[in-house]
Every structure is written in structure tokens, then in C-alpha cells.
Design a protein around this ligand. Sequence first.
Ligand SMILES: Nc1ncnc2c1ncn2[C@@H]1O[C@H](COP(=O)(O)OP(=O)(O)O)[C@@H](O)[C@H]1O
Ligand SMILES: [Mg+2]
Length: 393
Amino acid sequence: MPEGRTLILAPIGRDAQLIADLLERLGRPCHVVKALSELSQNISAGAGAAIVSEEALRGAALHEIEMVLKQQPSWSDFPLILLVSGGRVTIESERLRKLRMPLGNVLLLERPLRPETLLSTLEVALRGRQRQYQVRDQMLQMERAQEALRRSEKLAVTGRMAASIAHEINNPLESVTNLLYLLRTEASSELMQKYLDQAESELARVTEITKHTLRYYREPNKPVQVDVNAVLDSILTLYHPRLVAANVSVTKEVPATTIFVCANPGELRQVIANLVGNSLDAMRMGGRLRLRICLRRSPSTKTGPQLSLSVADTGSGIDPALLPTVFEPFVTTKGETGTGLGLWVIQELASKNGWKVRVRSSIGPRHKGTIFSILIPVGSAPNRMEQGLALSS
Ligand SMILES: Nc1ncnc2c1ncn2[C@@H]1O[C@H](COP(=O)(O)OP(=O)(O)O)[C@@H](O)[C@H]1O
Ligand SMILES: [Mg+2]
């Protein structure tokens, strides 16, 4: 395991060989390197600690190792055992000490070296490093688990969407079947024409749904210029049967000019679908869904304008005690039917893409409801369509 080995850099004299012999005798894996560049490569490849003589870290070399150590991942704090010359504190030794301060995890050993001191110091350094590698492995496991959660939420959303699509297609197909039956028995040419027209418009609806669905699956899985309003429309088309069944009316407010944002369309769709799905869940007894897109000038002068997309409902509202936790994974009030992952995924996608998520909710007897807003930077990406659009703040 390279992660347990000790690297040795002491280019002048016999220190390197003596230390290597000592460690090898004790069965401690080690590797002598000749230059700083070789040391850096070996640290990246995995190592437990490094024993470095101070002559190897003079001038530019000190700066070089500082750069290497600065680039360590967040879990890493690589231990350096520095062999320094013993004796009194002098102006020179103080100057060197200050120069070495940015190196971080440094243990100083004075020469002449005593083997016991070297070994016990190395032991402490290697143990510390082993803990760092454990932290790295745990972080990796956590990342994998989070990825699995993200995928399972995506599957759950896709499953619900599929059920919604099947239902949506079934309605017009049933109408067409009935119309065909009527046509078979109908003699009046006037009525026949009417039935044919109806069947045609029902089939047009099926075509529209399939087009939306296909677009969803053919969307590029990378950031492109997306018309948020078109994504909104396509989600509304797919949620149409659930909205009707739940007696929910929909109003949509969008600027006269199309706003494009640079985003991964699938991710944007997932965010909006999750929000609309939650609103629907909160309005079992009917209500109003208000969707709004507007362009806002950001309060900070550093960032440019932002697109604000809000999904507001007159549903049950979120209990103030629950509100601070709704973005955490597995927080759900829906029992078996909820995963508690929808808002967590939204938060994850938002922080990945530099979007902001805001929520306000009330459970008061007079004003019940929830509003979620997503703020997406419009950015400097090619955005011809937004020119001339009035900014609201
Ligand atoms: N629009 C909303 N109205 C009321 N409650 C909501 C709304 N959106 C989210 N919530 C609350 O936040 C919880 C977490 O939502 P979410 O992460 O999407 O998981 P799930 O929908 O699977 O429960 C929900 O169970 C619900 O209690
Ligand atoms: Mg949800």
C-alpha cells in the first residue's frame, strides 16, 4: 500500500540512506527520492509521511513544496518531518522557522538524530495520516450514497411522470374508441363529420403529449440555452390530468420576451417537476397554482440579472417547525408515498449550478400556501433574446 510508506528526501550526505536502512530493518516501507519534484509526485500517488532535510527546502524549493501542499484535497494535511540543525536559536534559525510556517503539518527533528526519536515521531505522523485516509474513504462513500439517492429520486419522479403520461394518453384514446363505435353505427353524414373532427383533435392531443415526452428523453445532458417558459409548459402538459383531477386552477405569468438561461434542461425540468408535484400534493382538495417567471436585477452589483421562477400554491402550507428542515434528505410528511428527497435534490442541483432557492410558507387560517422561488443567473452566455427586456426588481 503506497499510502503507508514514508518518503525520504535528503539529497546531501548519508542521512537518506541511513534512515532508509533503519526503516527497512524495522519492516517500515519507505522510498528515497532524489528531488522535490519526485517528492510531489509521490505524495500525490499516496504516502504516509515524508522525512525531509532542511537543505532540500531552501529558497525556491520551499515555495514549490508550499504550492504542492496547498493543492491538497480538503481531507488531506500531509505530515512533513523536517530534519533541522540543532543548537541555539539564532536570527537565521528564526527566519527559517517563519518561512516554514505556511507548510502546515510540520514536525521538527533536530540533528544529530536519535533513532528512537525519529521512529516515535514518524509513528505519530503515520497514524495521523492514516486517519486522514479514513476520512477520505468516508467522504467518498458519502458521495456515492448521495449519488445513489439522487438517482433514486430521479427514478421516482420519472415513474410518477410515466403514470401521468399513460393516464393522459388513455383519455383521448378512450374518446377515439367511443367515436369510432359511434361512426360505425351512424348514418347521418353531418354527425359523422363531427365525430371525425373530434377524433382528429383527440389524436392531435396524443401527438402533443408524445412530442413533449420524447423531447424530455432526447434533451441534451449538458448546459445549453433553455427557454424556461417552454420547460414550464411541457411540465404543465404532463401534469394536466393530475391538475384537473385535483381541481387545481393554473395561472402563469411570464415576460413578453423569451428569457433564455444556460442550464441543463433535464435538471431544470426535474426542479420544476418536483416543485409542481409538491404543490399538487399539498392541494388535494383543490386550489390555485401560480407560476411566474420574471427577470430581476440582483441586489449585488457583482452578479448580473437573474431569472426568478416561482411556483406558488394555496395548499396546506409547511409547518414553521418543519420549514428549516425541508431541504434535508428523507424529511417527508407523506409517509410511504414520499421519499423526502425532492427538495434535497433541488438544493443539490441549485448549489451545483449556482442557483438560489427561496421558500416562504404560511399555515395561517386565512392565508395558507407556499411559494418556492429559484433564482438562476442569466449570465453573459449568448443571450440575444433578452435584449430590450424590462428589468423588474
Ligand atoms: N408546496 C408545498 N406545500 C406544502 N408542503 C410542502 C410543499 N413542498 C414541500 N413540502 C413539505 O416538504 C416535505 C419534503 O418535500 P420533498 O423533499 O419534495 O419530499 P416528498 O415530496 O417526497 O415528501 C414534504 O413532505 C412536505 O411536507
Ligand atoms: Mg416531493
